[in-house]
Design a protein around this ligand. Sequence first.
Ligand code: E4P
Length: 219
Amino acid sequence: MKFFIDTANLSDIREAYDLGVLDGVTTNPSLMAKEGISGDEKVRAHYKAICDIVDDKVSAEVISTDFEGMVKEGKELAKIDDKIVVKIPMIKDGLKALKYFSSEGIRTNCTLIFSAGQALLAAKAGASYVSPFIGRLDDISFDGMELIAQIVHIYGNYGYETEVLAASVRHSMHLLKCAEVGADVVTCPLKVITSLLNHPLTDSGLATFLADHAKAAGK
Ligand code: E4P
């Protein structure tokens, strides 16, 4: 399973990359705004700075909601760096844009997926990734994980190449369940990745090893 970090924060991206387990980055307009990034030039420079940290797969989302606008904007984003994956919302014009970019060999991530039907459409349009949002479904008492499993199952039935990129991941159980049901990618904040490191028996075991070593050395 690939690990993407879900942030536009450069220091978190650097920290995740330095851990040696990072496969990519997802951003969205809210995450960019959180970092105070606005204006075309600053947005482009920020995406470039992210691309300079990681090896590949940096999702950059379009703001336009009409086909022509999404195509123009997506092409501009794709020009920033070969690592860019153009992120397109799951709307009617978005579907057309996915098809267009797929025929142009530009990678896409179809975002705001909340149903298996939407995921099926995105795969048929040739999306490279679909992003079903687990946490936001859980928030309204729908089972986000069930949606991930359903999409993985449907894509498996037909051999779609579109990768299931589980998004809106809030904690380590979301991530582990995604691994169990076979999501291709999980995108989450840094703290979810680092939380996987934690186990009290690791901490107490290490403390004992170090204490025993010190005792044997007469310290
Ligand atoms: C990433 O592609 C999504 O935009 C992101 O995971 C949404 O997460 P949130 O529901 O925590 O805002």
